[in-house]
Design a protein around this ligand. Structure first.
Ligand code: AGP
Length: 596
């Protein structure tokens, strides 16, 4: 969701900014733009649509050593060239890109900017006009930016060029991710490490309401009040090759096939020198001693949380509730004396989760984040973090992060109190192997997608208990990338209304991995089949019947979602492929959802 990148240094900035923007593509966007400071002129190129459009329309002769770029995911104003960033002040002295939402833009227009002619429908233009206004009132550029920050309500990551100083890049942040990257003879800023990883892996975290003054030789961080902040940089443990597709046609396929490796990596990251499970004792104790665990998450991470609840309750006997982050504030449960809040977020930047984190921290409760991104906002702001170690996930549809979340949750639950004596590492090893055999079968999934899904308008995934939670994720995968309207449904609940939607040929995919629900789910399959549904069953070998379409080698039932999701991910992938959809960048979606 919107991304920014900026560079000041010695190389031709055009190539660097375009490369950064391409690395940010995975976050989701509908238009893109770039500004290059070139001999006291600021050259701007912006276009609706893909970055390739930008490449095509750019003046090849322009070059400069200072530049900023932006991918926009429209919130204020339709996606078009005019609303794309960068935006400029009336005199064109200041040029700015913005990620976030300004809530009081109307108020600011009336208070300070009467008589100013705005060219776009964006909230962003207010920011750049305000900076110019305060400079016009006699403030220095630095003061004017900090003054503007103090007036803004909402979220922002900003990169700003002043055409009267082509050696300095300004930036600011509040509630929206921003990192500064340190190089040799150059410095950068970006919405995430990925935007800069081809050039540096040394980064400074930037806190809310901080202001940056960056030249090719220095990165100066200040508070909004102008006090200098001294901070040590950190080295990111990703390299540029982690973000490449290699020989895979899509990131999604690469990430599906990385899952066995990720499970093994997690086992090695969460083991001690003797190969036993190990998690920071403070984290384990916080979970052990809480009265109730609250898991807060969105989308796929929420679905992983639902599986996690089963682990905490069945393995560790720890009462657990899972709540969609954006619903928490309105439906806050009655909390016990000592709750623990766990945030599950692949990106670690999801604004809905962050809003809850801020709230429960104010209330004085302990917090833990489970994320794939070291140094992300949710990680920095929670008391503790558990990393997923899944490597960068670029495809918008989450795959390996989901299974990594489930794997780490299973280890944590068993560390807290292993009441069922499950040998998690042994079972995860089996899962990793089973995942590989399932991946080997992908040609079959392609055939099923062709036969059942490609020509369908809608589809159902049905299951009970753990299988139901798995179905929620399986259906999200299918709908988000193939645009086939899909529902994940509790198999027993269908007959209470939704079965009315079953028509001749409606695909219904049933998942059966739990012995105690096998027969009941099979009855539900019969119910829909009699009404014309085209049914297909994914089952565990020991529960399977001859007619089942996809049979998974026997794995521990509690951990079965880790295996059963693989065919579902492929079915979504092939349905999208055969329909000609943009698999890695589905319409309307963003990878990192940084607005509430
Ligand atoms: C999953 O495929 C999604 N694209 C989406 O539901 C995602 O899981 C959700 O937006 C939460 O993101 P997070 O894990 O980064 O917080």
């Amino acid at each position: 969701m919107c991304g920014i990148v900026g560079y000041v240094g010695f190389e031709d900035v055009k190539k660097i900014i375009l490369c950064g923007l391409e690395k940010l593509e995975y976050r989701g966007y509908d238009s893109a733009g770039i500004a290059i400071a070139d001999n006291n002129n600021v050259y701007i190129c912006k276009e609706k649509g893909r970055i390739s459009n930008l490449r095509e329309c750019m003046d090849g002769t322009v070059s400069g050593k200072l530049g900023i770029g932006h991918t926009r995911w429209a919130t204020h104003g339709v996606p078009n060239k005019i609303n794309s960033h960068p935006h400029q002040s009336s005199s064109k002295r200041f040029t700015l890109v913005h990620n976030g939402i300004i809530e009081n833009e109307e108020e600011l227009r009336h208070k300070y900017l009467n008589g100013i002619k705005f060219t776009s429908d964006t909230d962003t233009e207010v920011i750049v006009q305000l900076i110019e206004k305060f400079v016009g009132d006699g403030e220095s550029v630095e003061l004017a930016i900090r003054h503007t920050m103090s007036e803004l309500k909402g979220s922002y990551a900003l990169a700003i060029i002043d055409s009267e100083d082509m050696n300095t890049l300004y930036a600011a942040k509040n509630k929206t991710p921003l990192l500064a990257g340190k190089g040799e003879g150059f410095n950068m800023i970006g919405s995430d490490a990925m935007a800069m990883i081809n050039y540096t892996n040394i980064f400074y975290e930037i806190e809310d309401k901080e202001f940056l003054k960056i030249t090719r030789d220095s990165i100066e961080i200040y508070t909004i009040y102008g006090n200098r902040v001294l901070r040590e940089p950190y080295k990111a443990d990703i390299d540029a090759s982690d973000t490449e597709k290699g020989t895979y046609p899509h990131y999604m396929m690469k990430e599906i096939e990385e899952q066995p490796f990720v499970i093994r990596k997690i086992m090695s990251e969460y083991s001690d020198d003797n190969g036993n499970m190990y998690i920071d004792p403070e984290i384990v104790e916080n979970v052990r001693s809480c009265d109730k665990l609250y898991i807060i998450a969105c989308g796929t991470s929420y679905h992983a949380g639902l599986i996690g609840k089963q682990f905490f309750e069945k393995i560790a006997a720890k009462p657990t509730e899972v709540i969609i982050a954006s619903e928490f504030i309105y439906n806050m449960p009655l909390l016990p004396e000592n709750p623990l809040f766990m945030f599950i977020s692949q990106s670690g930047e999801t604004a809905d989760c962050r809003a809850v984190l801020v709230k429960v921290k104010e209330m004085g409760y302990k917090t833990l984040t489970l994320t794939n991104v070291k140094g992300s906002t949710l990680s920095r702001e929670a008391d503790n973090t558990l990393l997923l170690h899944a490597g960068p996930e670029i495809a918008v549809a989450s795959t390996k992060a989901y299974t990594a979340q489930i794997a780490v949750l299973s280890i944590l639950a068993a560390m807290v109190d292993n009441r069922v004596n499950i040998d998690i590492f042994k079972e995860l090893s089996k899962i990793a192997y089973t995942m590989e055999t399932l991946c080997d079968d992908k040609d079959n999934y392609r055939e099923f997608a062709e036969k059942y899904l490609v020509n369908s308008r809608n589809c159902f995934y049905i299951g009970r208990s753990m299988d139901y939670y798995l179905c929620l994720e399986a259906s999200l995968k299918l709908k988000e990338i193939s645009y086939i309207q899909t529902e994940g449904f509790a198999a027993g609940e269908l007959k209470h209304g939704t079965i009315a939607l079953i028509e001749q040929g409606t695909p219904v995919i049933a998942v059966i991995t739990q012995e105690n629900i096998n027969l009941n789910t099979r009855s539900n399959i019969k119910e829909v089949k009699t009404r014309g549904a085209a049914t297909m069953v994914i089952s565990l070998r020991r529960l399977s019947q001859e007619t089942d379409a996809i049979v998974i080698d026997d794995v521990n039932e509690l951990l079965s979602p880790l295996a059963a999701i693989i065919p579902a991910q492929y079915l979504a992938y092939y349905a999208a492929l055969l329909k000609g959809c943009d698999i890695d960048k589905p319409r309307n979606l963003a990878k990192s959802v940084t607005v509430e």
